[in-house]
Design a protein around this ligand. Structure first.
Ligand code: SF4
Ligand code: SF4
Ligand code: FES
Length: 522
């Protein structure tokens, strides 16, 4: 049964929202952002900061928009003189003790106290410059969290996250009044596997990530929508880059997958994206040594190998590769009717599972790879040991960015990857590809949700996306036209395979869509 709707107006804009919706959320539908600090859609309502005061017709006093439900016929004014003056007063109180150390604060540029003060705060303080502001030393709360009490506005988001979402109540509000601060349990640390979310939740620079400390100013960062590669959950993230180096991973909200959160494992899983020891040019074997060459020469060498091959071909692929790259890698061998017997397999590193108890179906998954499900839908198997054994007698072994390479066999090894493991030096041809931060692509998470990620920085040297490499090779073998973009590559996947039928980049947007459950024919 559809939700019962109530009609109201907010700043003169009529909106209809499901019964029970909070005024602060209804206002978003009217295009109005009500200033707020303690309210967060992923946390229980506290109503402690009073920053969201609005005027509601026929109500004798101002109301907090975060704890008032929209009702039929309600008329809300967020910009009335009374509402604005009340919020200006709240800001003035908050700034009595807040230090004006924005020039050295990591949050500057993305601080809600800065933003709302700029928007509707007083032009100056009424306090004497001699007023001694509250001072408490910085505290080390946990593996990646520092607490700067002077900047804390006591919104309690961090306390509520640990209590209700992580369900490990190690934080509290200690003391009262102007002496209040966030206390940590004397025998505990803020070391829950999802604890880093308190840094994102803190609206000011009071909780800071040690990892990101002083790495960049907010306005120096470029942002790209991406998908975490830390496990099969497929949390939506933003990659922040400074001068083409990934410096921070933050959650991007997706109510179907990770709501507003990411785990600390995923948050820290980015340094490899900046590795300097990358393969930057195609390499071909001459006189027993690998030599740099151009793409055309490398493609010619691969096509010569494949045209001459008969019998078994084994592809050992990484479950971190994009769906598009995995698709064209398989097409290279499966299509064309050259009578090759094809086996494709992948292996997944396993770890401990760590759920976020307050959010159903959200956990750091034991399977530490983002696209194992995608590889399966494309016909790759999990029998890696068997595939390794089969590789010993195969005519051609293709390795796609997988460090576990079999010892060279009679057959020819073609290595396509981001970095060069020692055994890949045995390859006949080495082709350099972009990593996840350097290309557009999709992953399929454990629940079968197809999700896009976007390029955040350029690939080094001559490295190109995996889908480009394999589609060019397929075209060179006379198997159709190459594709010119990741979107086109995905369109080919959707045309060919039932689980992806009807999907497109446009349709997926940046929050994804479920793949059909139908299995791929062998
Ligand atoms: S540390 Fe940040 S999130 Fe926690 S109460 Fe203070 S301002 Fe709020
Ligand atoms: S749960 Fe998995 S996908 Fe989500 S942030 Fe953690 S490692 Fe990344
Ligand atoms: S946001 Fe409403 S009281 Fe804090």
């Amino acid at each position: 049964m559809p939700d019962e709707l109530v009609n109201l107006t907010i700043d003169g804009v009529p909106v209809a929202v499901p019964k029970g919706t909070l005024v602060i959320e209804a206002a978003k539908q009217a295009g109005v952002l009500v200033p707020h600090y303690c309210y967060h859609p992923g946390l229980p309502v506290a109503g402690v900061c009073r920053m969201c005061l609005v005027e509601i017709e026929k109500q004798p006093k101002l109301a907090i928009a975060c704890a008032t439900q929209a009702a039929e016929g309600m008329v809300v004014q967020t910009q009335s003189p009374a509402a604005k003056s009340a919020r200006t007063g709240v800001l003035e109180f908050l700034l009595i003790n807040h230090p004006l150390d924005c020039p050295i604060c990591d949050q500057a540029g993305e601080c809600e106290l800065q933003d709302f003060t700029f928007q509707e705060g007083r032009a100056g303080t009424r306090y004497s410059p001699d007023y001694p502001k509250r001072f408490n030393p910085v505290e080390d709360f946990g593996p990646d969290v520092l607490y700067v009490p002077n900047r804390c506005i006591l919104c309690t988001r961090c306390v509520r996250f640990m209590e209700d979402v992580a369900q490990e109540p190690v934080l509290n509000v200690s003391e009262r009044g102007d002496r209040a601060f966030i206390g940590v349990h004397p025998e505990a640390r803020l070391d829950h596997p999802w604890a880093g979310n308190v840094v994102d939740l803190c609206p000011v620079g009071s909780l800071l990530s040690k990892d990101f400390l002083h790495k960049a100013r907010a306005w120096e960062l470029d942002k790209a929508a991406s998908v975490c590669t830390g496990c099969s959950q497929g949390c939506n993230v933003t990659l922040d880059t400074r001068d083409d180096i990934v410096v921070r991973v933050r959650p991007r909200s997706n109510l179907e997958v990770n709501r507003y959160f990411i785990c600390d494992h995923g948050r820290m899983n980015y340094r490899w994206m900046n590795r300097g020891d990358r393969i930057e040019a195609p390499l071909v074997k001459r006189g027993g040594e690998l030599h740099a060459t151009d793409w055309q020469d490398a493609f010619e060498r691969v096509t010569t190998v494949l045209r001459g091959a008969g019998g078994r071909v084994v592809a050992l692929v990484s479950p971190r590769a994009s769906t598009e790259a995995l698709f064209f890698a398989r097409e290279l061998f499966r299509a064309g009717g050259r009578g090759l017997e094809w086996t494709g397999a992948f292996q997944v590193v396993m770890g401990e599972e760590a759920p976020l108890p307050g959010v159903p179906d959200l956990a750091l998954r034991a399977e530490r790879a983002p696209n194992g499900r995608g590889a399966e839908l494309l016909g790759y198997g999990r029998e890696y040991a068997a595939a390794l054994a089969a590789a010993e007698s195969a005519a051609v072994v293709l390795v796609l960015d997988e460090p576990d390479i079999p010892v060279r066999t009679a057959g020819t090894l073609i290595y396509v990857g981001t970095v060069l493991p020692e055994r890949a030096r045995d390859a006949e041809v080495v082709l350099p590809i972009a990593n996840v931060a350097e290309e557009d692509g999709t992953f399929v998470n454990r629940d079968g949700r197809v999700q896009r990620y976007a390029q955040a920085k350029p690939a080094p040297g001559m490295a190109r996306p995996g889908w480009w490499v394999f589609s060019e090779l397929s075209a060179a073998l006379g198997q159709g036209d190459p594709v010119a973009s990741a979107a086109e590559a995905f369109a080919r996947v959707a045309q060919t395979l039932e689980p992806f039928r009807g999907l497109s980049y446009e349709q997926l947007g940046f929050t994804g869509k479920p793949a059909a459950a139908a299995p791929v024919p062998a």
